[in-house]
Ligand binder design. Structure first.
Ligand SMILES: [Zn+2]
Length: 171
């Protein structure tokens, strides 16, 4: 039994040598490490470059946030809009073309979805507290809906365009 165990250990030891080729090296550890480092140099460089690239790539949330603030989703520096809703042809910093990121009627849909839920909730919560005639209430809530929609729409359009950029959806 003892013999079998030691034979097994010896076998495992041999396998360890295959897994760690440096174990075959009889030289002192400090000499070995220099040698293996120089041998693995290019491969390590490639891995480092890959890691650099992945760390430089922004997260999906960061890309969305860039678009929401109406900046280019790729570089985060160029402006995506020339006016209130008119989109530039390309980014002035990185050259990303904005034409393929057409959002069509998705931004108004999301804007109405958000504003509708918000205003109706506020109305249901506060309409009794406002001591106003019905026509004044209608004016206040409709006015709030209009203002919120107009304020949110350009930002939501930027965010939607960033999501199209992220998912590479075809317009
Ligand atoms: Zn850009």
């Amino acid at each position: 039994m003892q013999l079998q165990l030691s034979a097994l250990r010896a076998q495992r030891g041999t396998m360890d040598v295959y897994r760690h080729p440096t174990m075959l090296d009889a030289r002192p550890a400090e000499n070995r490490s220099i040698d293996t480092a120089s041998r693995r140099g290019p491969a390590n460089g490639a891995i480092t470059r890959m890691l650099d690239r992945s760390s430089a790539r922004p997260s999906a949330l960061e890309t969305f946030w860039r678009g929401f603030r109406r900046f280019c989703p790729r570089c985060g520096q160029g402006h995506m809009f020339a006016g209130y809703l008119s989109v530039r042809t390309a980014c002035e910093v990185c050259g990303l073309e904005f034409e393929p990121l057409r959002s069509d009627d998705v931004p108004p849909y999301f804007t109405l979805f958000i504003v509708g839920h918000l205003v109706v909730s506020l109305y249901l919560a506060f309409w009794r507290m406002l001591d106003m005639p019905a026509w004044a209430q209608a004016l206040v809530w409709c006015g709030l809906t209009l203002v919120l929609s107009l304020v949110l729409l350009p930002f939501i359009k930027g965010g939607v365009m960033a999501v199209i950029f992220l998912t590479k959806a075809k317009a």
